[in-house]
Design a protein around this ligand. Structure first.
Ligand code: SAH
Ligand code: SF4
Length: 375
């Protein structure tokens, strides 16, 4: 007896407008169905074809035969006393990723921190995701699925004045530019008016400096850019961010200039600088940073190092971070020190923790501590 396998359903969740149009054409429907479907999925948060009342009954039936809307499943949802919310999501292979929504400005701003990979291959010495190694890229559906889940739990996006998610930062697990082909479609959905309708200034991609991909991104999208610098001399940055051996500081800063030049409006790069005790927190480091950033329109975010077991690094005192901030100020730079949020649900600044099942799925581990930008 031969086993028959059910035909695989096409998941519509991660499809951009163009992909959705191609899908509807492929099943003999008109292109405009794509806009209707995008609205159902991303504005209404709907995953049930039967509820899509502006589609004919025949089309709804056909859709159930060939397609599905499948997001990551929520295995944990928590809220912190300061309003920070966190979701632990299980993705296809049983790995977990976390998504955190951080309110700011009296609830006017709600920033979602989104992951792009399970683990990361770039092995930055101060990052626990890097220490866990690389497991796999998230699909576009799994990336946008994080926004979809967060919005569904907060409420549908029916009016633009009261969006459940007002900003997205790609600052969760992974290096987004190492998963370009899935990150870009997901960001297109964040920007699409029938998707999440966010302005490009409110969608931020954070990168440790994958220069060729940054150039490519600039040709395609002009979302806000955050660059994880952490050191302004190559010797030290080679140690902290091994990718620096391939694309050094000058090469990276030049790429930032090219990116800004391609943006259609006036922009600044956000420079992320994780401050590590006795490693990059001295006056000379502030001076090097000021010199390197001299020509670049930018703002600086100082992130006190978030410790994790066996990192070999320590968090500087609050005073030392403030001293570092003052040195930069004296050199003509305003730097923000990121504040701590969501402590009681492990979602505090620098403590967004992704839990990943290892390849053998024998146990889950905490893998990352990052800082979340509520900007
Ligand atoms: N891979 C991307 C985005 C994810 S990391 C990048 O590196 O930019 C998001 C931010 O958290 C980066 O600026 C990263 O350097 C920082 N980060 C990672 N580990 C940290 C730690 N232990 N303490 C503080 N910041 C950390
Ligand atoms: Fe990867 Fe970013 Fe962590 Fe570096 S800091 S290992 S690029 S996630």
């Amino acid at each position: 007896m031969t086993a028959t396998t059910a035909p695989r359903l096409t998941n519509l969740l991660g499809m951009t407008r163009e992909e959705m149009e191609a899908f509807f054409l492929s099943i003999g429907e008109k292109k405009f169905r794509a806009a209707q479907m995008l609205k159902w999925i991303h504005i209404e948060g709907c995953d049930d074809f039967a509820a899509m009342t502006n589609l004919s009954k025949a089309l709804r039936t056909r859709l159930t035969e060939v397609a599905e809307i499948r997001g990551p499943s929520v295995v944990y949802e928590g809220s912190s006393s300061d309003g920070t919310r966190k979701w632990v999501l299980e993705v296809e292979d049983g790995s977990y990723v976390e998504t955190v929504l951080i309110p700011a400005d009296n609830g006017k701003r709600r920033t979602l921190c989104v992951s792009s990979q399970v683990g990361c291959s770039l092995d930055c010495s101060f990052c626990s995701t890097g220490k866990q190694g690389f497991q796999r890229n998230l699909t576009a559906a799994e990336i946008i699925g994080q926004v979809w889940v967060a919005q569904r739990s907060v409420g549908p996006r029916r009016d633009t004045a009261n969006r459940p998610v007002t900003n997205v930062v790609m600052m969760g697990m992974g290096e987004p530019l190492m998963n370009y082909d899935n990150v870009v479609p997901a960001m297109k959905l964040m920007l699409d008016d029938d998707g999440y309708g966010l302005s490009k200034r409110r969608v931020t991609l954070s990168t440790s400096g994958v220069v060729p991909m940054l150039d490519k991104l600039g040709d395609e999208l002009d979302v806000s850019l955050a660059v994880s610098l952490h050191a302004a001399n190559d010797e030290l940055r080679n140690e902290l961010v091994p990718l620096n051996r391939k694309y050094n500081i000058r090469t990276l800063i030049d790429a930032c200039h090219r990116y800004l030049a391609k943006c259609h409006d006036t922009r600044q790069v956000t420079i992320e600088y994780t401050v590590i005790k006795d490693v990059n927190d001295q006056q000379v480091h502030a001076e090097q940073l000021a010199a390197v950033l001299e020509e670049l329109p930018c703002k600086i975010n100082l992130i006190p190092f978030n410790p994790f077991p066996h990192s070999g690094y320590e968090t500087p005192s609050r005073n030392q971070v403030m001293r570092f901030q003052q040195w930069l100020y004296d050199l003509g730079y305003t730097a923000m020190i990121r504040s701590t949020r969501g402590d009681d649900i492990d979602a505090a600044c620098g403590q967004l923790v992704g839990r990943v099942k290892d390849r053998t799925k024998r146990h889950a581990r905490y893998i990352q501590s990052i800082q979340i930008d509520a900007d």
